[in-house]
Design a protein around this ligand. Structure first.
Ligand code: GLV
Ligand code: MG
Length: 343
């Protein structure tokens, strides 16, 4: 390991992150009783310009009055290139900052973007005497953001997670697609022709590079990497496949832009019983090996060594984190009132 210690963002379950337009109070109340780990109340792209002011009011009211139970609640503000941005920060943080867990900053391009929001949030929280520390979720969804991702990830002690916003990223890079995430039939390789001249088509994953880069920049700075939206809500299998690809690379969760995607994300991002059993078997085998002074052994015909212990520990500790969070969420204290107005 390097001598540098990486501070970790506060631990939060972030398997599913439900997007809810701030312009729709009914959706907001329904979100509070959903099974999503994180809810982000949107002031940005799901809200039309004429509705922004009302959406802000709805969100402030919901943060202060709705019982969110054990959920993490975020607000996606408008981008720093719009005049809505400062008003989002000032109104939401001044009027409801003590009930807000995270601010989601869209289209982050440079570390200075994060600095600017941090400066405003810090001043407001200090002036209001808030004790909670509002964290930041940053959406990487432009070419500039991807280029500067390492500096962005390190830009504030409020930073908690990086998110890949595939739709805006595609627009920014002028990718030839109008879909929101998922594969593209034009992104494929052709195998060489066989004896009969037949060639197979193998689809590739267009989004592999930005997602993998996000995982690296997030993990190198102690943040959670989260995969963004998948637009085809009629394709749960396609959603699950995308979620699994991102999970294999190291992501901790994925957005749900429709409630039907929440449970799929929760399942994909919770280690399965088999995965946990295998991880525990590795830990047991390595403990035995170390007693005998061995650094590597075989388990089920495969070599395992000390690095396998670290991989297995990641799996087991994730399973514990999920179990702990689910137990708290199921606890009797909060559940019955979630979604209802607090009084
Ligand atoms: C999310 O904001 C996206 O642009 O995909
Ligand atoms: Mg976007």
């Amino acid at each position: 390991m390097s001598f540098k210690v990486i501070d970790q963002a506060p631990a939060r379950l972030n398997r599913s992150e439900l997007a809810v337009p701030g312009s729709n109070p009914r959706f907001i109340e329904k979100a509070a009783v959903s099974s999503a780990d994180v809810i982000f109340l949107d002031l940005e792209d799901a809200v039309a310009p004429d509705d922004k002011a009302q959406a802000r009011k709805n969100i402030i009211e919901a943060l202060n009055d709705v019982d969110w139970g054990t959920k993490t609640v975020a607000v996606r503000i408008n981008g720093l290139d719009t005049h809505y941005c400062y008003r989002d920060v000032v109104d939401v943080v001044e009027q409801a900052g003590n009930n807000l867990d995270l601010i989601m900053i869209p289209k982050v391009g440079t570390a200075a973007d994060v600095y600017a929001i941090d400066m405003m949030v810090t001043q407001i929280c200090e002036a209001k005497g808030f004790k909670n520390k509002i964290g930041f979720e940053m959406i990487i969804e432009t070419a500039l953001g991807l280029q500067n991702m390492a500096e962005i990830a390190a830009a504030s002690s409020r930073n908690e997670s990086l998110h890949f916003g595939v739709a805006d990223y595609a627009a920014s890079t002028k990718a030839r697609t109008t879909g929101i995430g998922g594969p593209n039939p034009d992104y494929h390789v052709l195998t060489d022709a066989d004896a009969e001249g037949n060639r197979d088509i193998h689809w590739g994953d267009v989004w592999h590079y930005p997602i993998h880069k996000m995982v690296v920049c997030a993990r190198a700075n102690g943040l959670r990497p989260i995969d963004g939206p998948f637009g085809d809500i009629r394709d749960p299998d396609g959603y699950a496949a995308q979620a699994k690809r991102a999970a294999v690379l190291g992501c901790e969760g994925k957005w749900a832009i429709h409630p039907s995607q929440i449970d799929i994300a929760n399942e994909v991002y919770s280690p399965s019983k088999q995965e946990v059993a295998k991880a525990r078997a590795i830990l047991k085998a390595m403990k035995e090996a170390q007693k005998e002074g061995l650094g590597a052994v075989t388990l089920d015909g495969r070599l395992i060594d000390i690095a396998s212990i670290r991989q297995a520990e990641v799996m087991v500790s994730k399973a514990r984190e999920v179990a702990r969070a689910e137990k708290i969420a199921a606890g009797p204290a909060k559940k019955p009132t979630a979604g209802k107005k607090k009084k």
